[in-house]
Design a binder for this molecule. Structure first.
Ligand code: ZN
Length: 289
């Protein structure tokens, strides 16, 4: 199954949903960041949520950033997504190794620890919109559920899962976000709670061959899919952007680099690409500035 995101409505348009399959996206992230299994799961869950929250944005140029700061060994994870469900992410530590939880799942909650979840929406205004909540469990799905309730006043159910194979590659990854729309009736709320209460694990479901569409049908009954799109790990860095970052270091710093007369390497943490600038190129950049 290719990585895909679907968006749609259910319960006579009283509920909207996003659901995604993200194995390749999370596997790309694992290869770029050389993550250990629990780090793959933590980053992968946040990337999957990011893809769906990116798809919630209304305008082409909107960007959404999800940032977790925790006192656990991973310490921090940042994911940025655009409305095309293209995502990228970084984490402070990629090599954490923790014992499995008693239910055999990777212990993302302990790896993340206590701290905050911030959602930063850059929607073209002078200041980005920032919502921040305390982490509930560090398991990410629960933390986002709490964020939507507290910060956006939208009753939401979030499910996320990453299954890491014995060779440490990603076997399955995916998730869903189900939201009650403002006019949802009491009956709809009760029925949704009843259906969700029997559901335990996104990865178990995906392991049995389920798809985002079949999962939403199982949880919500009759659904209308409004759109679907691919999900991708994509970094939008390029030489031009890196040049501007170099220029922004200021004349003094550029002079120092020119004086050293050595190539300067600029590293992109999101995709691990290096951009090398010769002393001659730095001189040209300084003249342009
Ligand atoms: Zn990059």
């Amino acid at each position: 199954m290719d990585d895909i995101l679907i968006q749609g409505l259910a319960f006579q348009n009283e509920i909207r949903f996003f659901a995604a399959y993200t194995r390749e996206t999370v596997e790309d992230a694992r290869r770029i960041h050389y993550t250990s299994p629990v780090c793959t799961a933590a980053l992968g869950r946040l990337l999957t949520a990011g893809a769906m929250m990116g798809a919630m944005c209304k305008n082409e140029k909107d960007l959404i950033t999800l940032k977790i700061d925790g006192d656990g060994p991973i310490s921090g994870i940042t994911v940025t997504a655009n409305p095309k469900a293209q995502v990228k992410g970084i984490l402070y530590r990629n090599d954490i190794d923790l014992p499995l939880r008693s239910d055999n799942h990777l212990d993302v909650g302990t790896a993340v620890g206590k701290g905050t979840l911030s959602v930063i929406k850059d929607i073209g205004l002078r200041e980005p919109y920032i919502g921040q909540v305390d982490l509930v469990s560090g398991e990410i799905a629960e933390d986002l559920t709490y964020y939507f309730a507290e910060s956006e006043q939208t009753p939401t159910i979030v499910g996320l899962g990453v299954l890491v194979d014995t060779d440490t590659s990603v076997r399955h990854a995916g998730g869903f976000i189900i939201q009650l729309l403002p006019l949802a009736s009491e009956e709809t709320i009760c029925e949704l709670e009843r259906r969700i209460s029997d559901f335990h694990s996104v990865t178990d479901y995906l392991s049995l061959g389920g798809t985002p569409e079949s999962l939403m049908k199982m949880l919500l009954g009759d659904i209308t899919i409004e759109r679907s799109m691919p999900v991708k790990y994509r970094c939008d860095c390029n030489r031009d952007r890196v040049s501007r970052a170099l220029i922004s270091l200021g004349e003094k710093e550029l002079d120092r680099m020119i004086e050293e007369n050595k190539p300067v390497s600029m590293h992109c943490d999101f995709c691990n690409k290096d951009y090398v600038f010769s002393p001659e190129e730095i001189r040209e950049l300084k003249e342009e500035a």
